[in-house]
Design a protein around this ligand. Structure first.
Ligand code: PA5
Length: 535
């Protein structure tokens, strides 16, 4: 590779000043915005996207820094046609690009930054235990070992079932206005987190997703049913046990409404159930009524089930490419099944959050996002860590905040309040949409110093300023997880990253990450008060 060579570069990062590219041999460099075109590029984010492959020319190679500079505008017509001939015509070039994208293994779509952690764990102290626990997870020899099906699920999932899901989801998309997802806890949070994260909060997709089964609130349920009366809706009811009361009550009401609207026969095609493969009331009902059913495997618990039909069916109906989600999870599985604490970011994060609890005596982990559409992802994280670790009088309390919004409320406590917490920030580097601050002649609001700056630029500066304020002035440790962009692949990658980190953290605490005995106590009391037989 030398200066003036024409090469293919895949976009790995987009910044206001240019594109970072990776070549087929893994080397990297910058295509500065001034080298893209002679015309003014007003919004680089809307013209380019991560993983897009560009034909570029090398203009400088810095061997010391292992860095390359590229141009597009400097490619002459002759050079381009010579190059295309060399590649044996454009068809061949296209084939190469597809092959490359298909076989790109990702691997660094997430990055853990511990720069803002003052008392980080001494990794040497954890070398041995991490190796032991990783082996325990893989060999299924630890506590709760019959619930480790999720560890290899991105490889072993039922391919035929995924095809069925895609087909049925398309049928629902083509024939209904609304899908009601009816479930609670692990049978609800993952789907909602994924749909919000990937479709945004103003989802103008052809089908609307509505959530029920996660509350007894009469007001909420009444309002949703009123809304659905005038809608052509389908239902996806999700319950592993098939007996969860919140879900069952809502489903009974939904089923009654649907059948009264379209009749029992048609309702059969409009109802899908995700439940145990053979037991439980929902399975019995589904078999009797003839609903399409998908299986939540025996060896995967609710909060580890987002990559099973529990999460995949609602995602597919929402128009999400679930194969890409599974691919991201697969790459994450390959990457983090690695017992070397020095190179495994997932375990580095797990060990450090354990260290915050055990040695730095912190009791709260606050998950932070700068994106409103990721608030539900934090809810998923709170369940994952809270239900997995909060037992035997141990565990960090998972909490969450949404910045900069909550900097104007909780920010005060974080900065100067009791030192009980640390923060885990999930920062998305390249939002899929952006907008610039316009010029104003009068400048009465004094904002012209931001003229032309994008909101993602401003959000990033708020994030960097907050990091410094909280960690340096406030002495609040901050773990930062950078994600290139929020897409199907990266979300699947993230889901798996956190599940694996959670299992490692819980085993470091010496508890079973996969049960939730405490949850039963409120249920028993409630059943007693409701007069259920046997309570
Ligand atoms: O993680 C869990 O196991 C729980 O949150 C369950 O998912 C939740 O209680 C719902 O249970 P089910 O799917 O049996 O209705």
């Amino acid at each position: 590779m030398k200066v003036n060579d024409l090469v293919l570069g895949r976009i790995i990062n987009i910044k206001p000043y240019g594109l970072f590219l990776e070549l087929e041999d893994g080397s990297r460099g910058l295509l500065h915005i001034s080298e893209i075109s002679n015309k003014y590029i007003s919004n680089i984010y809307s013209r380019f996207y991560i993983n897009q492959v560009l034909n570029v020319k090398i203009i400088k190679i810095d061997k010391d820094k292992n860095f390359i500079n590229f141009t597009i505008k400097g490619i002459t017509k002759e050079e381009r046609s010579l190059y295309e001939n060399k590649m044996n015509g454009f068809k061949k070039l296209e084939r190469n690009i597809n092959y490359w994208i298909e076989h790109y293994k990702g691997g660094d779509s997430m990055e853990l930054d511990l720069k803002y952690v003052k008392n980080a764990a001494n990794l040497k102290d954890y070398e041995e235990s991490v190796k032991k626990i990783n082996h325990m997870i893989n060999e299924k020899t630890g506590k709760g070992n019959d619930f480790l099906g999720w560890t290899t699920w991105p490889r072993d999932y039922n391919k035929e079932e995924v095809e069925r899901i895609i087909k049925k989801a398309q049928f629902i998309r083509d024939n209904f206005e609304v899908l009601v997802v009816c479930g609670i806890g692990g049978s609800y949070l993952g789907a909602r987190a994924a749909i919000d994260a990937l479709k945004g909060l103003r989802n103008n997709d052809k089908i609307e997703i509505v959530y029920m089964g996660q509350t007894f609130s009469s007001e909420y349920i009444y309002d949703e049913l009123e809304y659905l009366k005038n809608k052509n809706f389908a239902i996806c009811v999700i319950s592993k046990s098939g007996t969860t009361t919140e879900t069952s009550v809502s489903f009974r009401l939904l089923k009654e409404l649907l059948e009264s609207k379209i009749g029992k026969e048609k309702a059969k095609d409009a109802i899908v159930a995700v439940t145990d493969k053979e037991k439980g009331a929902l399975k019995t009902l589904s078999d009797q009524e003839g609903y399409e059913t998908y299986v939540l495997p025996d060896d995967i618990g609710g909060r580890y089930s987002v990559l099973t039909p529990v999460g995949l069916f609602p995602m597919a109906v929402a128009g999400i490419d679930i194969k890409k989600v599974l691919k991201g999870a697969y790459d994450s599985m390959i990457k983090y099944d690695n017992d070397d604490i020095y190179t495994n970011d997932c375990y580095k994060y797990a060990v450090n959050r354990f260290n915050e609890y055990e040695n730095n005596k912190k009791s709260v982990e606050m998950f932070i996002t700068y994106e409103p559409k990721l608030v539900q992802l934090n809810e998923w994280l709170k369940q994952l860590f809270g239900e997995s670790e909060g037992k035997e009088d141990k565990g960090l309390l998972p909490d969450s905040a949404h910045f900069t919004t909550d900097l104007h409320s909780l920010g005060q406590f974080i900065q100067e309040g009791t030192h009980i917490l640390f923060e885990t920030v999930l920062y998305v580097k390249n939002p899929s949409k952006d907008i610039s601050v316009p010029h104003d002649e009068e400048n009465l609001d004094g904002l012209n110093y931001l003229e032309g700056k994008t909101l993602s630029y401003i959000n990033e500066k708020a994030f960097l300023g907050t990091l410094d304020a909280h960690s340096n002035s406030g002495n609040v440790d901050n773990f930062v997880l950078y994600v290139d962009k929020m897409d199907e692949y990266n979300l699947g990658y993230l889901f798996y990253f956190f599940m694996r980190a959670c299992a490692m953290s819980a085993y470091l605490l010496k508890i079973n990450p996969f049960n939730q005995p405490g949850v039963e106590i409120y249920k028993k009391n409630m059943f007693h008060l409701l007069g259920k037989k046997g309570y």
